[in-house]
Design a protein around this ligand. Structure first.
Ligand code: PMP
Length: 734
């Protein structure tokens, strides 16, 4: 292709003016237009009529130009709603004239703005592109021309031509491109419908009028190949320079499918072909660069393709094809189905509920192909669908799943590993299936050990969904449908430093008054509004509770497993050792698990003859998942990452200077941003917080609110969340 580019015609604008007059009898002014291998001029005659004078590359064959002319005529006759350039004949009656070994043609000018210059690409505009291409492809199904059957290096069926250039790429880039060319090899071209295609819907060739695609330009890449290639080429360009490339591509595909129904084989080939187009672009550019070293332009014009290849490589495996299939096939009404069968006491997030169908690392992907940065899921702790966890659990599930009345290696191995993360004397573990079961059991352990039912809880806390736990959860018993505080429960104020609540000594007071058996406290308050406990809070509280004969339960369901960054367990940031620790959510990265770890003394008190058996707790599959989670946290340095990314995000939030932000607080990747209407009065900005959450969702960031006034933005993402993600949050924060 290099000779072709190098042999591009080199006429001056004066030459163009002269050619227009000599060949077409047209008195016109001329201005240059861009072209890779030909030369084009924009002409304007005295009456204001405009034309494109096209001077072909010396290598170009007459048949190819005839192919273009015939196709344009065919499309113009097909009554599509698009405008097609018309071919003007010369004074000699020729459609194709000649000048100095170059073929020359004159086409009518088509008005419009090119897609590359329209920003943003609205869903309507993208849909219009899909429809325009489908209309074109349908019209071309009945078109044939002998010259269309040719070997052409931009034909996606010829992507093998790019492979020899792989060696020109640096290794990291080669690793992005090679799998795409491998995937291309598996495309069953013989099963794909073939036709002559337009073949060049790049964003400089697509003309837009308002919110609608009105014309396609440049027919030099026409070739007979798999019809789906037209769409593949278009989406390769549509995805360029988009933060979230798949969703805009999906708009194009869905609209295309409405006009020209895509076969399953075409849908499956679509993404591999679009990716192949990008691979071909970067390979050919590398080849050209090797012949023209120092041509910075080639590097710059390829940068968006490389950025896109990197973004695509970060998507879950097989996801693009799943999206394209999804948007082309009718979806069931899931909301209605849910309302028919699921208990109505459960709300659903967001005004426009999300239909998430894939999770990968710190992102969730919805059925339209949109990606969302997940800043709230503290269950998918080491990243959604982490392969180490899924493979450990599925491998074990395929071998054996049983219960803790049998001996198996995984149970003791996991118990050792888990207790090994905790300080002495926390050495005895009970495996359960949820955070609620863990807290429920913790209450039983405390009661068995102290002989007392009374419990001290912190205001606004939530500890779980069972009867006993609703009774110790002010968030529930004081909330809608709640029955108020039961007699055996004492509520102490939240130690909320930002709001200056007087909390000192309140746990001690409650302990002596109520002779409570247990004090249960999250090591940082979740429902309370992502509150970091003041220094010394747990030390003082634990001391008082123990001296009054009670035990201290640390609810680490939300806060454990390295999220704190500086420590593996949040209670360690307080310099204390609880008597009982409860765990849930992140423990199995989404596999339903929980655990309680207690001292030997407490375990001995509980062993009073009544057995504790939990059918699913501690089963081999759960142990395998739990072990894998511990391995990943260690092997990927995720605790350190939580510290680094959390501190970075908190700094950026403070620096942002949003007048609504009253407080930014956190520990590692457990962060709260309290929104207030007034910095002095601290009037909670609940509506503003809800609006922010919805706006951020529309920009691809999932957050939620918490706290008694619903004005705290909570941020507790999978702890693979990194600085780039923090930058993405801040870029969209508004
Ligand atoms: N404790 C805390 C602090 C929690 O946040 C939760 C759940 N939100 C639970 C316990 C209960 O866990 P689960 O929903 O797994 O039963």
């Amino acid at each position: 292709m290099t000779p072709l580019v190098q042999r591009a015609p080199r006429f001056s604008t004066e030459d163009a003016v002269r050619l227009a007059l000599d060949i077409y009898g047209l008195h016109a002014t001329a201005g240059p237009l861009p072209s890779e291998r030909d030369q084009n001029f924009r002409l304007r005659d005295a009456g204001g009529a405009q034309y494109v004078l096209k001077i072909a590359n010396a290598e170009e064959r007459r048949e190819i130009l005839d192919l273009q002319n015939r196709a344009l005529q065919h499309l113009a006759d097909s009554s599509t709603s698009l405008v097609w350039p018309r071919v003007i004949v010369s004074r000699n009656g020729e459609e194709i004239a000649e000048c100095d070994a170059h073929f020359v043609r004159l086409l009518t000018w088509v008005d419009g703005v090119c897609l590359a210059e329209v920003q943003p690409h609205s869903p309507e505009l993208l849909a219009s592109l899909g429809a325009a291409l489908a209309v074109t492809d349908r019209a071309l199904e009945t078109f044939s021309h002998p010259a269309a059957t040719r070997v052409f290096h931009w034909d996606l069926a010829e992507a093998r031509m790019a492979r020899p250039h792989l060696e020109l790429l640096p290794l990291a880039r080669r690793a992005l491109v090679e799998p795409i060319l491998d995937g291309w090899e598996r495309i069953p071209f013989q099963e794909l419908p073939a036709s002559v295609i337009y073949g060049d819907a790049n964003d400089y060739n697509v003309l837009v009028d308002g919110n609608r695609v009105c014309a396609l330009l440049d027919f030099g890449d026409m070739v007979r190949t798999a019809s789906i290639c037209d769409l593949a080429i278009a989406i390769a360009y549509v995805m360029l320079d988009k933060d979230d490339p798949l969703a805009p591509a999906a708009h194009v595909v869905a609209a295309y499918n409405k006009v020209r129904l895509l076969l399953d084989t075409e849908l499956d080939a679509l993404y591999p072909l679009a990716a192949a187009r990008l691979a071909m672009s970067v390979c050919y550019a590398a080849f050209q660069l090797s012949h023209a070293p120092g041509n910075e332009y080639l590097n710059i014009s390829n940068a968006p393709a490389w950025r896109l290849l990197e973004r695509l490589a970060a998507l879950p495996d097989g996801w693009p094809t799943e999206v394209f299939r999804n948007v082309c096939r009718p979806a069931p009404d899931l909301l209605a189905a849910r309302r028919r069968t699921i208990g109505p006491s459960l709300s659903i997030s967001y005004d426009q509920p999300l239909h998430i169908i894939r999770g990968w690392k710190q992102r969730l992907y919805d059925s339209s192909g949109r990606a969302y940065l997940d800043c709230v899921n503290n269950v998918a702790h080491v990243g959604h669908c982490h392969p180490a966890v899924t493979s450990a659990a599925t491998a074990q599930m395929a071998r054996l799943n049983t219960n803790t009345r049998y001996l198996y290696d995984q149970l003791s191995e996991y118990a050792e590993r888990l207790t090994g993360t905790l300080p002495e004397p926390l050495r005895v573990v009970y495996f359960v299936c949820s955070g609620s079961e863990a807290n429920e059991l913790a209450l039983r352990l405390a009661r068995a050990h102290t002989g007392r039912d009374g419990v001290i809880v912190v205001d606004t806390a939530y500890h779980g969904n069972t009867n006993a736990l609703v009774d110790i959860s002010p968030y529930k018993f004081n909330g809608p449908g709640g029955r108020g505080c039961p007699p055996h429960v004492q509520v102490v104020p939240m130690p909320d430093a930002y709001r200056g609540i007087a909390y000192e000594g309140t746990v001690a007071q409650a302990a002596w008054q109520g002779r409570a058996g247990a004090f249960i406290c999250e090591s940082a308050l979740g429902c309370g509004g992502q509150i970091i406990l003041p220094e010394g809070y747990l030390a003082d509280a634990f001391d008082a509770v123990r001296r009054s004969g009670g035990v201290c339960i640390a609810d680490e369901v939300q806060t454990g497993f390295g999220r704190a960054g500086s420590h593996f367990w949040m209670f360690e940031t307080q310099g204390v050792v609880p008597d009982i620790v409860t765990m849930g959510k992140p423990i199995g990265n989404g596999h339903p698990m929980g655990a309680v770890v207690a001292t030997r003394e407490i375990a001995a008190s509980f062993a009073n003859g009544m057995e504790y058996f939990n059918t699913f707790g501690g089963n081999p599959v759960s142990c395998a998942a739990g072990l894998a989670v511990l391995d990943v946290i260690r092997d990927e340095g995720l605790q350190q990452n939580a510290l680094d990314a959390g501190n970075y995000l908190m700094e950026r939030l403070w620096d942002f200077g949003d007048p609504l932000i009253g407080d930014v607080r956190g520990q590692g990747l457990f962060i709260g941003v309290e929104l207030v209407r007034d910095q002095a009065s601290k009037e909670p900005a609940a509506e503003e917080a809800a609006a922010l959450v919805n706006r951020m969702k529309s920009r691809g960031v999932l957050l939620s609110t918490d706290g008694p006034y619903h004005n705290v933005i909570k941020i507790k993402p999978p702890i693979v969340f990194n600085r780039d993600d923090a930058d993405f949050v801040m870029k969209n924060w508004a």
